[in-house]
Design a protein around this ligand. Structure first.
Ligand code: ARG
Length: 458
């Protein structure tokens, strides 16, 4: 067939150029959005008397049969037609004849593709928000089910102070809540309808942009045609929010990898979410966590790739913009898949509470509490710090834990120590941190309640 966009050329396009410039192999995923955009456009053209009602009906019927063809896998995709937009337009001509040629009145592929991609972005964000919520719910349920479990809290990956396991999990709830806010903001920016911008300058027809926006479910209309055809900030915003969300997943991944090692032995990943080794029959690997951690790299890469593509582009549309799609689609796929498997993994995690508790009491994690004890007996904090430092040095020397020291041994380091220092425990250390944001059971109970309200309110 002769190519529809080559009347001004004397030669067919070079084969290598054809495959270099095509986007069909990946933008066919926009077929639903493209057809929806065309249906709304055709309806508007008829309402405004730019084409007849009869023509619009025929076009809309043809488009809906094309959608079926695509969904049934029967659509004859043609690489030489470059992209999904030209494929659908050409197929419409084959199916309904010359009337199809009126569809592209008052429209350009530039405002068309921007519209399709925004429709796609909006759907992707809605799905992303749902999956973020699912993971938050899984974390919250796990925290609730183990709300009394004490683990060592870490700084520098060294045991630092005891914390509630639930408190640790809720830290990730907070991160995901901020991720949710970022995606909601991205949704607001994606929710702008570009059609009517034409190739770059607007269109010389009495169109009704508000009608098209309403038909397509956009709440806003773009206010500058040059910006509308060349703006891909909404793609960047998704990729940026996804990069941060993946970074959060990657941090949790790292904890899951570490916690499920024999060295920590705090959790066990369910068999359904682990894989084996090809040579070592005993192995059970936390691959879901490792892959989520690993896939963070490609998501960052897409963000940086798109920033670089956009940098230095003069207004308005440039073909460089076609490079927006693959990275964006892969970002959406990667994030959605990561969130989905992660949620399943978290839901089935086995928690080894006894091991966590044992570790929480080891390595002198009550040192700060013993210093605070002295502060309550009127020793200035820095002095108390020095006393407990000496105490730790002594205990390490003797190979004893704090609990194994006698009151007399304590008193060698400060006369302020009395019997009650022996009753400090990981439980009392946790309970003492009883201000907003602290790890005390009463604070964590409040935090769990608040988190539940957030989940249920959305
Ligand atoms: N495939 C193109 C893209 O994804 C569609 C827009 C083409 N516009 C143009 N003037 N060549 O950006």
């Amino acid at each position: 067939m002769s190519q529809p966009l080559r009347s001004r050329f004397n030669q067919e396009v070079n084969k290598a150029v054809q495959s270099f410039t095509q986007s069909l192999s990946y933008d066919r995923r926009l077929y639903r959005q493209d057809i929806a955009g065309s249906v709304a456009h055709a309806r508007m053209l008829a309402r405004q008397g730019i084409i007849s009602d009869k023509d619009a009906e025929l076009i809309i019927m043809g488009l809906s049969s094309i959608r079926q063809e695509i969904e049934q896998g029967k659509f004859p995709f043609k690489d030489e037609l470059e992209d999904i937009h030209m494929n659908i337009e050409a197929r419409l001509t084959e199916r309904i004849g010359d009337t199809a040629k009126k569809l592209h009145t008052a429209r350009s592929r530039n405002d068309q593709v921007a519209t399709d991609l925004r429709l796609y972005a909006k759907e992707a964000i809605v799905e992303t928000l749902k999956r973020l919520r699912d993971l938050q719910r899984a974390l919250l349920d796990l925290a609730q089910a183990h709300k009394d479990v004490i683990m060592p809290g870490y700084t520098h990956l060294q045991r630092a102070q005891p914390v509630l396991f639930a408190h640790h999990l809720l830290a990730y709830f907070e991160m995901l809540e901020r991720d949710k806010d970022r995606f909601e903001h991205a949704l607001d920016h994606a929710d702008v309808m570009p059609l009517g911008s034409g190739a770059l300058a607007g269109v010389p027809y009495p169109i009704d942009r508000a009608f098209v926006a309403q038909e397509l479910g956009f709440s806003k209309i773009s206010q500058n045609s040059l910006d509308a055809v060349s703006d891909r900030d909404f793609v960047l915003e998704y990729e940026a929010a996804a990069s941060i969300a993946m970074m959060h997943l990657s941090r949790l991944s790292e904890e899951i990898v570490v916690w499920s090692s024999a060295e920590f032995n705090f959790i066990e990943v369910d068999d359904a979410f682990a894989t084996g080794s090809s040579i070592m029959p005993q192995k059970k690997n936390p691959d879901v966590a490792e892959l989520a951690r690993g896939k963070t790299g490609r998501v960052y890469g897409h963000l940086l790739g798109m920033l670089t593509t956009l940098k230095g582009l003069p207004l308005s549309y440039n073909r460089d913009l076609q490079e927006d799609k693959e990275g964006f689609f892969d970002t959406v796929d990667t994030l959605l898949a990561s969130l989905e498997v992660f949620t399943g993994m978290v839901r089935t995690l086995k928690v080894k509470a006894e091991n966590m508790l044992l570790a929480a009491g080891g390595s002198y994690t009550l040192a700060t509490d013993i210093a605070d004890y002295l502060v309550r007996k009127s020793v200035p904090f820095r002095e108390a710090y020095g006393v407990v430092g000496n105490l730790v040095k002594y205990a390490i020397d003797k190979g004893k834990s704090f609990g194994e020291l006698s009151l007399q041994e304590y008193q060698r380091f400060s006369a302020r120590f009395s019997e009650d220092v022996l009753s400090l425990t990981v439980g009392s250390a946790v309970a003492a941190r009883d201000e907003i944001g602290g790890t005390a059971p009463s604070q964590v109970a409040e935090a769990l309640k608040r988190a539940r309200q957030i989940i249920e309110g959305s």
